[in-house]
Design a protein around this ligand. Sequence first.
Ligand SMILES: [Zn+2]
Length: 429
Amino acid sequence: MKFDYLPPADQILETIGRIYRFGMTTTSGGNLSVRDDNGDIWITPAGVDKGNLRREDIVRVRGDGSVVGLHKPSSEFPFHQAIYRARPDLRAVVHAHPPALVSFSIVRRTPNVDMLPGERDICGEVGMAPYALPGSERLGANIAAVFAEGKRCAMLENHGIVVGGDTLADAYKAFETLEFCARMEIRASGLGRPRSLTEAQRTLAASAVPALPALPAPSGPMPTAEREARVRMCDFIRRSYEQRLFTSTQGTFSVKLASEAFLITPHGLDRKYMEPEDLVLIRDGAAERGKQPSRSVLLHRAIYARQPHVQSVLVAHSPYTMAFALTDVAFESKTIPEAYILLRGMPKLPFESVYASVEQTAARFTPDVPLALVDNNCVIATGSSLLNAFDRLEVAEYSAKSIVEAANLGEIVHMDDASIRDIETAFRL
Ligand SMILES: [Zn+2]
């Protein structure tokens, strides 16, 4: 589906559904708006269940203040209007009370957007609007003042978050990314002290844009094996997104087709709406014409070249697993048999591993080391199939969650060496 083709009411409906299903708003909290070309503002209605909104429930407020629709506009319409007045360049506003961001708002802190590369580019600097009564002109003025400084994300003290964008897709992307940063920082803070990127790391990541030559136009029909791989990959990408292992723009999947050829996710496209034709074919070091592969494409290529047992590679930022990549705490898989069998040892690699010396990094992914964490960067999972790599990523995230949450209960007891040897014998590891 091409989101940008939808009219404003459908875009709002689609986006509020996405926010609600991911537990980022309650049924009564949160409102979205889109400013149309003629200045009309389309907005969610007041007092209608967010879980059951229909297209005809969306309200249009004309430039003269008259309202078209079945309901009254959201009670927080005044601050949407104040933002559009302060920022003529913005065309959409997302407001909600997602629990992780509300946690920050009630300790009056902004989430750190400098823990992973790319987050600051999406969210920008995050401002803080002083508390005021919901629905009041005062609240509108406080929020508009943050936007007038050129920011696009404003935390609201003791309330929630407001994000603006050039389009609703753009505002949603920043909203989701900031919420992801908030969740990740909360998880990591439960384990240790989360690190920020250094200036040198930020510069390295920003400059690491692989430039691959373009493949010639295909001379015949696409092989069936490639079509099947494209369809299956899209299923898994959407599933990874629904399971919140990926965010809308982060998370890379690749699958080997034949020697020297593989399919990989494109850079920057929304993972929720990924279609088979969006995936990028890489063959003999060249990329499918007119498409931009994920930034980690050279690492994927190096792993396939070096490790013939690997058929699929995933690069993700799943928030519980990332808690270990952001702190000095080691990830120990000897917690339950499932974790040890699928994850084995899980080394931590330095931040630079995905950009420089990808050959050495690829050499680490032997059959005994299917996954690795990269400091302030990502988790890399390899597998003998798409399903196997996905399974490992999911097990890593669930195991990480158990470890992070167990820390609230007491001391963790790891399986002893004899139990591990029994597992290794029984499962021929
Ligand atoms: Zn609110």
